[in-house]
Design a protein. Structure first.
Length: 174
């Protein structure tokens, strides 16, 4: 690392993948490590993403690491609204307004942009702070109407990682 520790904005797809691929019972040291990042304000989950994770293991994990959950705020809402407006103008709609699926996705990206300190009126302008997005979504297929988290990360120059990437950045091992 270059002296500035990155922060991670986590998507529900990553949390679900973590539960399925790295079960808490067998990979507790990893979960504890990631929870510790949350305690230190470096692993963040927005309230809408937390709400997408129904399993009891997540409820317990979020309760054990409450600093991980970012509550709704006017500042975050301003980023979400600016993000959705810009994405719609650029042909990258992220959510279907008529659906209840993936409603946390704009919050994942907006949180990363907010953490990086980007100007809400010029979201594509980079800053010195680094916030990576953790997601297991794949890029959208040609002709698909809705963008995926990974597509939007590309649009804003955000690095999108999977769990192994996070562990590598953090130089963590069992």
């Amino acid at each position: 690392m270059d002296g500035i520790e990155p922060i991670y904005s986590v998507d529900a797809s990553a949390l679900i993948e973590m539960k399925d691929t790295y079960p808490y019972r067998r990979f507790r040291p990893m979960w504890d490590f990631l929870g510790g990042l949350g305690d230190g304000g470096r692993m963040l989950v927005t309230q809408p993403v937390r709400d997408e994770c129904y399993d009891a293991i997540f409820k317990e994990w979020f309760n054990t690491h409450p600093g991980m959950v970012v509550p709704f705020s006017q500042e975050l809402n301003a980023y979400v609204l600016a993000l959705q407006d810009e994405l719609d103008r650029n042909g990258l709609p992220l959510v279907d307004p008529g659906s209840t699926k993936n409603q946390g996705d704009p919050f994942v990206i907006a949180l990363a942009l907010m953490v990086e300190g980007r100007d809400v009126n010029e979201l594509r302008t980079r800053s010195a702070r680094t916030c990576h997005v953790v997601s297991y979504e794949r890029r959208r297929k040609p002709g698909a109407r809705l963008a995926k988290v990974t597509d939007v990360c590309d649009h804003y120059g955000l690095q999108c990682l999977r769990w192994l990437g996070v562990l590598e950045v953090e130089d963590w091992s069992l």
